[in-house]
Design a protein around this ligand. Structure first.
Ligand code: 5HM
Length: 340
């Protein structure tokens, strides 16, 4: 088969890749102090890119981080202050302790360049003008990143290719390298969200998502967890939840509005009740879910609650609630107390 194999969800692709890299590795590598099992030149396709979250107890995906990273990208940000609140480990990739470098993909894609509009705006304009174009490529990796041999953050994403075909927007993602256990899931989540956002801007339906990787690897230090994931996937029928469609009226202003709420909650300047989120924020219920996640995370980080507000937890859609309950003991406590 010369085209990428198809999987119904990111979870299926993730499990298949973990299996391949750990059971049939092609290489054992040691790059920048990380020993890993590697396969090279792999790809998969998701005909429904909304199936972008895994539901595995052994791999506790963090939906708060997933949405935070997506918004950080869409808002064109590179600051460690915001993204580090959700993933403190990202500080090790920052050269100056203030900004991320190559991995701030949104900063590269969504900000105007020296010579005019952003890469993203140029590609949207191109596809509006010539839908069949093959030139809708959004480059991210730059060879300049290799000039500093101590650069801690060289973009793993080479680029995103947008193809408008028969009323649908397809995306091909090219990664020079992907950590299958740590990077792949959040990358697929964010890139498919960018794809869906772009489809809305172009008035197209969501097409397929194809993920291609140069070096696909599992670091040896994660081998135990990977084994547990593979055991769970083999033992139990998979849990699945439908992920809703992004509202068709989502614009850059929606992202800006969400970033405002995110900042106030991150800085603990405000606390939101369910009623406030539903009645006062003028946000589509889809985006209200994200504010609920940020408020729950505020309660975890700032209030250090032993049990989060059960009304908020209960208002999450079933898939997000499933993940939060498995990820955070204070969510599990709220779920147990409230008999959710
Ligand atoms: O030495 P190198 O720059 O390749 O190390 C970066 C590591 O982060 C690799 O294991 C890469 O696969 C992983 N990574 C990822 O999987 C990094 C980023 C951030 O650019 C990412 N996905 N988005």
């Amino acid at each position: 088969m010369l085209t990428a194999p198809t999987y119904a969800s990111v979870q299926e692709a993730y499990v298949a890749l973990l299996q391949l890299a750990t059971k049939e590795p092609q290489h054992q590598i040691d790059a920048r102090g990380n020993s890993a099992s590697e396969v090279i030149g792999v790809s998969f396709r998701l005909p429904d890119p909304r199936q972008r979250l895994p539901y595995l107890a052994a791999r506790k995906a963090n939906p708060v981080f997933q949405f935070a990273e997506t918004l950080w990208y869409l808002a064109g940000r590179s600051d460690l202050q915001m993204i580090g609140y959700y993933a403190p480990s990202m500080s090790t990739s920052s050269a100056d302790g203030v900004h991320l470098g190559g991995s701030a993909y949104g900063h590269t894609l969504f900000n105007p360049g020296d010579t005019g509009p952003s890469r993203y705006d140029q590609v949207v304009e191109l596809l509006q003008r010539e839908p069949d174009s093959k030139r809708g490529y959004l480059p991210v990796f730059s060879v300049d990143e290799l000039a500093d041999r101590h650069n801690p953050d060289v973009a793993c994403l080479a680029g995103l290719h947008l193809l408008s075909r028969q009323g649908r927007l397809h995306m091909i993602c090219n990664m020079r390298a992907n950590d299958l256990d740590c990077g792949l899931l959040s990358d697929v989540f964010s890139f498919t969200m960018i794809q869906e956002y772009a489809a809305i801007q172009l008035g197209l339906r969501l097409g397929s998502y194809t993920h291609t990787i140069g070096s696909a690897h599992v670091n040896d230090c994660n081998a135990d967890r990977v084994r547990r994931v593979l055991d769970e996937a083999a033992d139990r029928p998979s849990t699945t939840f439908a992920f809703p469609a992004m509202p068709a009226d989502t614009t850059a202003a929606t992202i800006e509005c969400l970033m405002g709420h995110e900042e106030r909650l991150r800085n603990n300047e405000q606390r939101y009740s369910l009623l406030h989120i539903r009645k006062r924020l003028s946000l589509h219920p889809y985006w209200q879910q994200v504010v609920i996640l940020f408020e729950l995370y505020r309660q975890l980080q700032h209030d250090r609650s032993e049990a989060v507000d059960p009304a908020l937890l209960n208002a999450l859609n079933a898939g997000l609630r499933w993940l939060m309950v498995r990820k955070w003991p204070a969510c599990a406590a709220a779920a147990a107390g409230g008999a959710l």
